[in-house]
Design a protein around this ligand. Sequence first.
Ligand SMILES: CC(C)(COP(=O)(O)OP(=O)(O)OC[C@H]1O[C@@H](n2cnc3c(N)ncnc32)[C@H](O)[C@@H]1OP(=O)(O)O)[C@@H](O)C(=O)NCCC(=O)NCCS
Length: 192
Amino acid sequence: MTKDSESPVYIFDSKLLDDLDLSEYGIKFESNGLSPCKPEPGIIIRPLSTHDFDKGFTNVLSQLTRLGDVSKKDFLDRFQGMQKAGCYYPLVVEDTEANEGQGKIVGTGTLEIEQKFIHSCALRGRVEEIVIDSEYRGRKFGKLVLGLVTALSKKLNCYKTTLECKVENIPFYGIFNYKEDSEKFMQLRFRD
Ligand SMILES: CC(C)(COP(=O)(O)OP(=O)(O)OC[C@H]1O[C@@H](n2cnc3c(N)ncnc32)[C@H](O)[C@@H]1OP(=O)(O)O)[C@@H](O)C(=O)NCCC(=O)NCCS
């Protein structure tokens, strides 16, 4: 799909993130041109790109769950499938100064949008695969990724947004007003 020398292709238009305001969640940037998508010098939060396999995207995902075998071709095929589907919004956190300026992916989180007939043909958001590289935790990047996917789901007119999480992470999601529901999550697992 791409050669390394080609410009990166982004999975969705980054302009969608430009005006997301997280101040209702108490996240404000008041100086130095910093913003939710540029929270520190050298750190950016942006849509996933075709170059991110080489920047360690899968290494970050492997800190969340079993990654399995994922080659660069597998990554690019899946990227293309998600892009074509048009309902996947994976974000990455990049340390642009790492690896001698080549950049390193240090976090990710995805918004997925389902189309429904119910609720007057509504859209439903799902937050998936929020993870920050262990060496970069505690710097508010997880909070920003979650805030951005949450605000994006609101901007894209989802009637609700849900997620599944470990019990120990409930307080983290509570920051953005996610609440425990009485409905139980059930699954039938066919393989790991
Ligand atoms: C959970 C995770 C994404 C948080 O990312 P992070 O960048 O370290 O978190 P932040 O620095 O943005 O923390 C934001 C706030 O959440 C709090 N927080 C962080 N992790 C938390 C947790 N597991 N439970 C409760 N609160 C948590 C922080 O104390 C901080 O609070 P503050 O704003 O009052 O200071 C990260 O620890 C991680 O990748 N964990 C492993 C993967 C994982 O469990 N993902 C979630 C799947 S359900």
